[in-house]
Design a protein around this ligand. Structure first.
Ligand SMILES: [Zn+2]
Ligand SMILES: [Zn+2]
Length: 167
């Protein structure tokens, strides 16, 4: 595997607090015109990026994978690891869930929403949504969240907050 140098022509961005790897990789890929497979090639990790973006993390990315990816995206391997579930925390990769009230503050996907043990947003005391409350479409993979709204009926994630049950 060839040594990957820092790619100075790539557009880099800051990760958001609690942001999931899937959401971050989508945000990184779009302005850089990279597909999951071309990002995998560039990083030298092979055809695993699409699986990571679907939260298919069995096996999880190795330390070596994260270091290789870190060089391309300009974020440390440690920071990338924080976008994944901590060791021992079970993930639910399907359905994708969200808190509309959090999305009203900033519409990005938080990794903890996919933890098996999590079913509500602790900041808002609201039950997480697992599909669009207006048209019932499942939410897209966070890597494909671009507009902060339902891809079918265009209701914004922020507007969905009013459908969340308080708990
Ligand atoms: Zn919330
Ligand atoms: Zn909808």
């Amino acid at each position: 595997m060839a040594e990957v140098e820092i790619q100075p022509w790539l557009f880099e961005l800051e990760p958001l607090p609690g942001e999931s790897l899937s959401h971050f990789l989508g945000r990184f890929r779009r302005p850089n015109h990279l597909t999951p497979s071309s990002l995998g090639q560039l990083a030298g990790v092979g055809a695993v990026v699409a699986r990571w973006e679907r939260f298919h993390l069995n096996p999880p990315p190795s330390q070596k994978d994260l270091e290789a990816l870190a060089k391309v995206v300009g974020v440390s391997a440690e920071r990338l690891a924080q976008m994944l579930p901590p060791k021992g925390v079970g993930m639910k990769c399907d359905p994708i869930r969200l808190c509309g009230a959090c999305c009203g503050e900033n519409p990005y996907h938080r990794i903890e929403w996919q933890f098996k043990s999590v079913w509500k947003c602790v900041s808002h005391q609201l039950k997480l949504l697992s599909k669009c409350p207006n048209c019932e479409a499942p939410f897209k993979m966070p890597a494909q969240w671009e507009d902060g709204c339902c891809h079918r009926c265009s209701m914004t994630f922020a507007e969905m907050a009013k459908y969340q049950k308080s708990c």
